[in-house]
Design a protein around this ligand. Sequence first.
Ligand code: AMP
Ligand code: ZN
Length: 476
Amino acid sequence: MSLRFYNTLTQELEEFHPRDGNTVRMYTCGPTVYNFAHIGNFRAFTFEDILRRWLHHHGYQLNHVMNVTDVDDKIIASAAKENKSIEDYTAVYTRAFFEDAAALRLETPEHVVKATEHIPVMVQAIEQLTANDCTYTSEGSTYFQISAFPGYGKLSHNDFRRIRSGARVDVDEYDKEDARDFVLWKAQKDTEPYWESPFGNGRPGWHIECSAMAMEFLGETLDIHAGGVDLIFPHHENEIAQSEAITGKPFSRFWLHSEHLHIESQKMSKSLGNFYTLRDLLEMGYKPEAIRYLLASVPYRKKLNFTFEGLKAAAKSIERLRDFEVRVSSTKLPAGRNEEVSERSREAIREFERSMDDDLNTAESLAAVFDYVRAANTALDEGRFQEENRWDAARVLEVFDCIFDVLKPSDPAATPASDKPTAASLSDTHIEASIEERARAKKARNFARADEIRAMLQEKGILLEDTKEGVRWKRK
Ligand code: AMP
Ligand code: ZN
């Protein structure tokens, strides 16, 4: 069977081949480095890693670009609060992101590009949009006029024809009901960091960042653009509008979107305060490979509910495979090859590949591996497994582990350190951010998380007092 992906743009399963030759040109939206990424974010990045590896398995080369958003409202506000430059502020979280990614065994894209290092291409893109009559300015900022792009809404499948012209928005994220002209270049406010441009001092919006960098590195039409489902609107819709209004060509042939990681039936997110970072889980004693397995085990277009039972089950599944590997390599076996046992392993690989080709159905591909392990264990019990069948088993595990990459135990010395600050490093900003997070957790009725935050602060010598005026805090 051929490789097929569900394309959000056409809403169909489509056969995939790169457009030119053997190289897949792929762009994925990377992290916004204003804080530690949570494991929900890492579900999206793990899906993209599995996608990369499966494309490699098909013999394709990859030219994969991932951006790092290192300037936005949250970053500017947080850096200012800590009295740091945005460069110093984001350096910490950029490093942390790549440490976490390495612990989760995520392959590094061919190009990792920071927004602040590519401002000129964004400026150029805005100039082209202006030349094509798609922009206007208001109070020093430049906006994209969505009525100038007739295809607006084609990715999120919304009919935006009746939108009010001229309604505009300065923030990067907003609701579907609220299709608006969006900001391409934000005028500098007060003492905010800025770049010079023909449209005045300011900084680029988030959406133009991805369009400009994707086309800079990959050309006008990409093979694949991927990200989490929350990026479909407005981010990816806006990327299409900008890119296609510049080139007149399709921006990406395939759009792949991964569903969210949930926790207690809600999306895991910073704003709800219901998240775990990778470091939280490592500190509790869970292994990175178990977390990777859990994130990869549910097909990417299905919601995945995070539970500790699920995480323990993931660790057990890895254990079962490792035990099998040891048993096969250490058991004394009769010489020769049992053809029936060999055929069973070939069937397992065929089934694994068929499932992965079917829009990366990782649940079915795992089932193929575990069915095989069960059958091979029975063959071992019954003395049908012979010396040469070891290679068959090794081949099944190899194909599996090229994609899932969980069999080798992690080196504990190489796992990222805790993100919990020490008493000395706990800044006022961090304390206040934790208090805000606790308030959001309470509002979302996630009392366990709220208590956890209070306990974490207490452990660091910070006492909270709930008063009528709000939460007060003091150092012990
Ligand atoms: P951000 O750093 O907020 O720009 O997000 C990085 C990636 O994480 C994006 O592709 C988001 O769609 C994705 N994401 C955010 N929250 C979740 C979640 N709970 N589950 C899965 N993916 C998520
Ligand atoms: Zn993006």
